[in-house]
Design a protein around this ligand. Structure first.
Ligand code: ATP
Ligand code: MG
Length: 409
């Protein structure tokens, strides 16, 4: 039997990038031989094994055939007769379909190296269309390698467009989609992921709520970029430039969904978009079964981002309500993430990327002032239950009034 490194490990080594996760393929071996050599089987569907000594993963060379809708509709065929070339042809992109042996001899039947040099993301074969997840994968690789100058080949875009139009993307499970979406959002250029999905018509299928933002105008005085879709891409870009966590990036993507619902007669204004957007944010959250912290932050940022921008003008009582809504006393980190998302929103505007955002420190100061109100003296007064809650609220309001006066004096 022969063992080859495949996929990302080969690609990234040739690009001169660090290699973290190594995929290996075994040619000329059967499941029985692998077991006899002491490999442990993992995964029920795939002929994949672990080396018990190193923990490294080895997959038997296999072919795939589509036998129905969705990902469940795949049959695999692994046997010692399956060649390396046959295994490589089922892979998504030519740059992912190269193999190397331990002497670094390259097997590259689909010209991955040529595409690597030309900076092109190109599908390996028409079988690409058999798994709609590949549309998301290509968009994710586009986001990851855009900085190196990679773009998607026209003919691959055509296939992605056909796949999107076929409705097949609807067959993807939430889990598979979320895995790609969350990884793509954490890439250096998450905005490229959304842009590529939009260009091939997949965004309309996956997140019509985000797609609907393109072509919707905003007032030029606040938003020199005007278009709400372009604004959303810029906010996402800022969230990556500022190394924000996934929660913040997800909230950035969804914060303005309400603007897609504004009747045209009201354009370019979007009164109450913070409120109207909530049901859309909820729908997208649930569609992809986003983790709880992502869901929560997206809803809170959707509802309160305008409050964030207007922080210095808010009455002390409104500030208090804002802090209470975030349960800032028990969840200080979540409020920090809200502040970050607001700042990314403000910076995601054409020509205003470098403008300072004093609201951030002001909100931090307000949270600190409210959190510093001590409970002990109130307990010592014998207060408890709802009375204690009311008294605490009064004290916090007092503290916020003093804070506001001092900060804006
Ligand atoms: P990463 O650096 O993100 O790990 P990778 O290319 O190694 O990139 P993996 O998801 O680890 O990506 O997959 C390993 C290889 O398996 C890919 O390079 C590709 O050849 C193949 N592959 C994975 N998923 C698919 C898919 N859905 N369709 C076709 N080929 C796939
Ligand atoms: Mg990998």
């Amino acid at each position: 039997m022969q063992v080859y490194k495949v996929g990302g490990a080969v690609r990234d080594r040739l690009l001169g990038l660090p290699v973290t996760d190594v995929d290996r393929v075994v040619v000329g071996a059967s499941t029985e031989e692998m077991l006899a050599k002491g490999f442990r089987p993992v995964g029920a569907d795939f002929p994949v094994f672990l080396d018990p000594k190193t923990g490294e993963e080895y997959a038997l060379a296999r072919t795939e055939r589509k036998s129905g809708r969705g990902y469940g509709g795949f049959t695999f065929y692994a046997s010692p007769e399956v060649t390396l070339e046959e295994d490589l042809i089922r892979r998504d992109l030519t740059i992912n379909a190269m193999a190397e042996d331990d002497q670094l001899n390259l097997t590259d039947p689909y010209h991955g190296q040529r595409d690597l040099e030309a900076r092109i993301l190109r599908h390996v074969s028409p079988a690409f269309a058999e798994d709609p997840l590949r549309v998301l994968r290509v968009a994710r690789f586009a986001a990851r390698y855009a900085g190196l100058g990679f773009t998607v080949a026209d003919e691959t875009m055509d296939l992605m467009r056909q796949l999107s139009e076929s409705g097949e993307l609807q067959a993807l499970t939430a889990e598979r989609s979320w895995k790609e979406i969350s990884r793509a959002l954490m890439e250096d250029r998450p905005q490229v992921f959304i842009q590529v999905l939009r260009d091939c018509g997949a965004l309309k299928e996956l997140m019509p709520e985000v797609d609907a933002l393109f072509g919707v105008p905003q007032p030029e005085t606040h938003h020199p970029e005007i278009d709400t879709g372009l604004h959303t891409l810029s906010v996402l870009e800022q969230s990556s430039l500022h190394k924000q966590p996934l929660t913040v990036r997800w909230a950035c993507l969804l914060h303005d969904l309400g603007k897609g619902l504004t009747p045209e007669e009201e354009w370019p204004r979007h009164i109450a978009h913070e409120h109207t957007g909530l049901k859309l944010i909820k729908a997208v959250n649930e569609r992809f079964k986003a983790p709880k912290d992502c869901q929560e932050l997206a809803l809170l940022v959707g509802q309160y981002h305008t409050h964030g921008h207007r922080a210095l003008e808010l009455k002390a009582s409104t500030l208090l309500e804002l802090l209470q809504s975030f349960d800032v006393y028990r969840r200080p980190q979540r409020f920090e993430e809200f502040i970050a998302a607001c700042e990314m929103d403000a910076r995601g505007r054409k020509g205003l990327e470098q403008r300072s955002y004093p609201q951030a420190d002001y909100l931090r100061g307000a949270a600190k002032a409210a959190r510093e109100v001590a409970v002990q003296p109130l307990l010592e007064q014998g207060l408890k239950g709802p009375e204690l809650g009311e008294a605490l609220k009064r004290e916090r309001l007092k503290a916020l009034k003093a804070y506001k006066e001092a900060a804006t004096a």
